[in-house]
Each structure stands twice: as structure tokens, then as C-alpha cells.
Design a protein. Structure first.
Length: 292
């Protein structure tokens, strides 16, 4: 090995006096640590930078704005999905680790503008003409899909807006089927709906914008449907517990009636009506014998 430890120590001493080592150590100490929020966004290049900049103006818990920065972001993302991307391209980059809870909860701004994959029951498709400013850019109609992600009878919808509809999907009206969707998370959207008593109330749901209504897909298999299996297991256990409690109650009451019957018979019986024992309880010839 070239050099020696004394030479290295001497070099460090010279550099220390010259300030090189001091500057290096100070730079290490003063450099900010790389937090999770500072890490580069791996999805930043999936939509143009100007579109991502417009997304900063999006406001949650409101209808889609009719003007201003949010409307510009809405129009830009719809036109981008119409002209510059396809459902296959979105499927290749869509995140599968983002769930309904992520897009609905407090961390939803972190996922705004990111492509998300979801599957669920398609319950309704509403087709309406595109606004005039979008028609001038080549978008003639918009499809509004109401999808209930997950398995079972979920009542939490996701709204997906697309400029196209996939082959094999009913393009308008109430429907029923399992679909696969890849779209950009846009905002938490406020809408009006009737409650169980027919009253009009405000609700919120994640709103996504994609290239087309998802293609028909197969619902999860029994092996993947762990929620349904868990519910079935819990229900079976509850029924078994109720049945066991009923059987034990019947058995204890039956035994209690038998004991009470024996006690009642004992109380009612005349002890002098019992036949004499075949042999005296006293030992013959013993200290307590009656024969002594």
C-alpha cells in the first residue's frame, strides 16, 4: 500500500490548517437530510409539467370549478387523456398501492395527478356533451362513471371522468358489472344525493380523470376475496356461539328440573315409611352393639 499512516495524518493536518477539511465537515453537518417528502416524485413525468402546475389550484370538497385555475387543470387533464395517452399506457404506470382511503383521506393531495389503478362494480354511466371550450379542442362528450371499488356491497363510490368508453361496457344509464380502471387522481369531489328518507344531502367522493371507462374484468376469486371470507367466518362463529349457548341453557335447565324434582320428592316422603335395613348398622359384639 502506497504511503503510510504517519503520512496520512500529516496530510490531514496540512489540510486542516488550510481549511479544506473544516469546510468539508461543515458541509456535511449543514446539509439538510433527505426526508420522504423531499424524494423525487417517480410519477412526475407522466403528465406534462404545465398540467402538474395547474393541479396546485385544485380545491377539495367542492364541485368542479366552472372557471379559474381548477377549471384549467380539469380541461388540460381531460384533453391530455383524449389526445396524448391511452388506457394501455396508463395501465403500465398506474399505482396499485393507492387505495380508496388514500384518495379520500387527509393525505390525498400527495396523490393528486398520479395514475391509480382500481377495480370495482360499475353502477352507472352518465354521458353529457363537453363544455364549449373543450368541444373547440376536439372533445365532444364526457362519460361520468360511478364505480364502487372493493368487494361486497360497498356504498363508497369513486367518480371517473373519461372522453371515451371501452368496448363491451354499457355507455350510458344504470349498469352492473366489474370493471378495471386506470386514471389520474384529481380531487375529492362534492355532489348531492338523496338519503334514505329522500332528503337531498351533500356527499364527497374521489374524482379521477382517465382515458376511457375501464374494460370489463372478472371480480376477485374466492382466494382473493378475503373480506367476504372473513365476514362469513365471523358470522358462522356467531351463529355457532348462539347455538352453543342455547344448548347449554336447555341442558342446565333440564338438569335443574331433575334435581328440583328429586328434592320435592324427598321433602314430601315420610321417613318412617322406609323399609327397615336388612342388617343393623351396629356391629354385633361391638361396644355399641344392642346385643351386649
Amino acid at each position: 500500500m502506497a504511503g503510510s499512516l504517519p503520512d496520512a495524518v500529516a496530510w490531514c493536518g496540512r489540510r486542516w490548517r488550510s481549511g479544506t477539511v473544516v469546510s468539508f465537515v461543515f458541509a456535511l453537518i449543514s446539509a439538510p437530510s433527505l426526508r420522504a417528502d423531499d424524494e423525487p416524485d417517480p410519477y412526475a413525468g407522466l403528465v406534462p409539467g404545465d398540467v402538474r402546475t395547474l393541479l396546485d389550484a385544485v380545491t377539495d370538497d367542492t364541485p368542479v370549478a366552472s372557471a379559474g385555475g381548477e377549471r384549467d387543470a380539469y380541461n388540460a387533464l381531460l384533453l391530455f387523456c383524449l389526445k396524448y395517452t391511452t388506457s394501455e399506457q396508463l395501465a403500465a404506470v398506474a399505482r396499485r398501492d393507492v387505495t380508496y382511503a388514500h384518495m379520500f383521506g387527509e393525505l390525498r393531495p400527495r396523490y393528486r395527478g398520479q395514475p391509480v389503478h382500481l377495480e370495482g362494480r360499475l353502477k352507472r354511466v352518465i354521458k353529457y356533451p363537453a363544455p364549449s371550450d373543450l368541444r373547440d379542442s376536439g372533445l365532444s362528450e364526457i362519460y361520468e362513471s360511478w364505480i364502487f371499488p372493493g368487494v361486497g356491497n360497498s356504498t363508497n363510490p369513486v367518480v371517473v371522468l373519461t372522453p371515451r368508453v371501452a368496448p363491451g361496457v354499457k355507455a350510458e344509464g344504470d349498469t352492473e358489472g366489474w370493471v378495471s380502471v386506470n386514471a389520474y387522481s384529481f380531487k375529492r369531489y362534492r355532489y348531492e344525493s338523496h338519503d334514505a328518507k329522500g332528503r337531498l344531502v351533500n356527499r364527497v367522493a374521489p374524482l379521477l380523470i382517465g382515458a376511457e371507462i375501464g374494460s370489463p374484468a372478472q371480480p376477485p376469486t374466492d382466494g382473493e376475496n378475503w373480506t367476504t371470507a372473513a365476514v362469513a367466518t365471523v358470522s358462522a362463529g356467531a351463529f355457532a356461539a348462539v347455538g352453543l349457548a342455547f344448548v347449554l341453557t336447555w341442558w342446565y335447565r333440564r338438569a335443574d328440573r331433575r334435581v328440583r324434582g328429586q328434592l320435592d320428592a324427598t321433602r314430601a316422603a315420610n321417613p318412617f315409611d322406609q323399609p327397615p335395613p336388612e342388617r343393623s348398622p351396629f356391629r354385633v359384639g361391638g361396644p355399641h352393639s344392642l346385643e351386649n
